[in-house]
Design a protein around this ligand. Structure first.
Ligand SMILES: *Cc1c(COP(=O)(O)O)cnc(C)c1O
Length: 387
C-alpha cells in the first residue's frame, strides 16, 4: 500500500540472501556451523573500559541529552590519542567530532557536501556504506576498481576528466576491508596532491588502523603535509577495542569538513550517550596493552589460517592488517558457487567477494572472528572436501 521511495528502491540487491538461507538450513539440520562471515570481533570489551562505562552509567548527568559534537573530554582524549599514535596535533574543538560509530558518519557525510548530479568516487570491492551514503544524498557513484595487479589501490590517473570535473568526494579505506590491502604514507601523499589539484575531498575510513601485523604500521592520511586542507578521516573504537555494540567513533580533519558533518548530525541525531563516551575516554586514554593483546590474538589466528589455506593450495593475499583474509576461489567456481559448497558440504560460512562489488568476483573473505581451535577445525573440514 505504501510505496518505498526511489532511493530505497535504488538500494543494491542484498547478495547474501541465498547464503543466509543456506546457513539457516544447515543450522536447522543440526550442523555445527563455523561462521567466518561476520566482521564482528568475538572478544569481549576489555574490563577496564566496561567498568568505566558502568561508573558513568550511574551518573544522572549522563542520562540527559548529550551534545551532537560530543563531550569535550572525549574529543580531547581522541586528539591526545591521535597525537601519540600519528604525531599529528588536532584542535579538539574544531577538528574532532564524536560519532555514534563510524558507519552513521560515513553514511551522513555526503549529505553535507554532495548535490544531486555530483559524483562520489567509491572503491570497489568495498564496505557498502560509501555507495549507499552517496545514493541517499542524491549523488552519483563512480566506481574505482581495486585490483590485485595494483595491490588493491585505485588508479586515480584513469578517472575520466568529465567525471573528475563533477567529483566532490574520494573515499578510501586502508587498511582495507575486504581485501586487507595496506598503503604507505607516500601513496597517501600522492592522493592528497591529486585531491588538491582537482578540488576533491578525501574521506578516509581508518576503521582498521590498529589491527596491524609484522613490521607494518598503518599511517593516518593526516600525517601527509597539507592533508588537513582536503581530508577527513573516520576512526572507530569498534574493532580496536572490541566495542562494536557500544557505537562510538570519531572523525578528524579539516575544520570545514568536520563542521559540515556536525551540521548534518546536529539535525538528525542528538549525539552519543555520554556514558559510552566516558567508556571511550577510558579506552583511548587508558593502558593500550589490551590492543596489543587483540593484535596478538588476531595475528595468531591469521598465521594458522594463512598457513593452513596455503598448504591446501589456496591463493591468499598476504594480510598486513585487519582481521580478514582475502582468498581466491579455486579454479572452476564462481564466488557464489564456492561459498555455497562450503556451507552445504563443510558447514563453513565465508563471504563471497562479489558481495562487496563485482571486482570481488573470484574471491571470498574470511573473518578471523572465531578462536584458533575453530579455525583449525575449519581447515580440517576444508581438507576433507577434496577441492
Ligand atoms: C566495521 C567497519 C566500519 C564501521 O564500524 P562502526 O562500528 O560503525 O564504527 C567502517 N568501515 C569499515 C570498512 C568497517 O569494516
Amino acid at each position: 500500500m505504501f510505496e518505498f521511495s526511489e532511493r530505497l528502491k535504488a538500494l543494491p540487491p542484498y547478495l547474501f540472501v541465498e547464503l543466509d538461507r543456506k546457513k539457516a538450513e544447515a543450522r536447522a539440520r543440526g550442523v555445527d556451523v563455523i561462521d567466518l562471515g561476520v566482521g564482528d570481533p568475538d572478544l569481549p570489551t576489555p574490563s577496564h573500559i566496561v567498568e568505566a562505562g558502568k561508573r558513568a552509567l550511574e551518573k544522572p548527568e549522563n542520562h540527559r541529552y548529550p551534545s551532537s559534537a560530543g563531550l569535550p573530554a572525549f574529543r580531547e582524549a581522541a586528539a591526545e590519542w591521535f597525537a601519540r599514535r600519528f604525531g599529528v596535533k588536532l584542535n579538539p574543538a574544531t577538528e574532532v567530532v564524536t560519532l555514534i560509530g563510524s558507519k552513521e558518519a560515513i553514511a551522513h557525510f555526503p549529505l553535507a557536501f554532495v548535490n544531486p548530479g555530483e559524483v562520489v568516487l567509491v572503491p570497489t570491492p568495498a564496505y557498502p556504506v560509501y555507495h549507499i551514503g552517496t545514493l541517499f544524498a542524491g549523488g552519483e557513484t563512480y566506481y574505482l576498481p581495486l585490483l590485485a595487479e595494483n595491490d588493491f589501490r585505485p588508479e586515480l590517473a584513469r578517472i575520466p576528466e568529465e567525471v573528475l570535473s563533477r567529483a566532490k568526494i574520494l573515499w578510501l579505506n586502508y587498511p582495507n576491508n575486504p581485501t586487507t590491502a595496506v598503503v604507505t604514507r607516500e601513496w597517501l601523499a600522492e592522493v592528497v596532491s591529486f585531491a588538491r589539484e582537482h578540488g576533491l575531498i578525501v574521506a578516509h575510513d581508518a576503521a582498521y588502523s590498529e589491527l596491524y601485523y609484522e613490521d607494518y604500521l598503518p599511517p593516518s592520511i593526516l600525517e601527509v603535509p597539507g592533508a588537513k586542507e582536503v581530508a577527513i578521516e573516520f576512526h572507530s573504537l569498534s574493532k580496536t577495542y572490541c566495542m562494536t555494540g557500544w557505537r562510538i567513533g570519531f572523525a578528524v580533519g579539516n575544520p570545514e569538513l568536520v563542521k559540515g558533518l556536525l551540521t548534518v548530525k546536529n539535525n538528525v541525531d542528538s549525539g552519543c550517550f555520554q556514558a559510552v563516551q566516558e567508556a571511550g575516554i577510558a579506552a583511548l586514554s587508558g593502558p593500550q596493552d589490551c590492543v596489543a593483546e587483540h593484535r596478538r590474538i588476531f595475528d595468531e589466528r591469521r598465521r594458522v589460517m594463512l598457513e593452513g589455506l596455503r598448504r591446501l593450495g589456496f591463493e591468499v593475499y598476504p594480510p598486513k592488517a585487519t582481521f580478514y583474509l582475502w582468498v581466491r576461489v579455486p579454479e572452476g567456481y564462481t564466488s557464489a558457487e564456492f561459498c555455497a559448497r562450503l556451507i552445504e558440504e563443510a558447514g563453513i560460512v565465508v563471504t563471497p567477494g562479489n558481495g562487496f562489488g563485482s571486482p570481488g568476483e573470484g574471491y571470498f573473505r574470511i573473518a578471523l572472528t572465531v578462536g584458533k581451535e575453530r579455525l583449525e577445525e575449519a581447515l580440517t573440514r576444508l581438507a576433507s572436501l577434496n577441492l
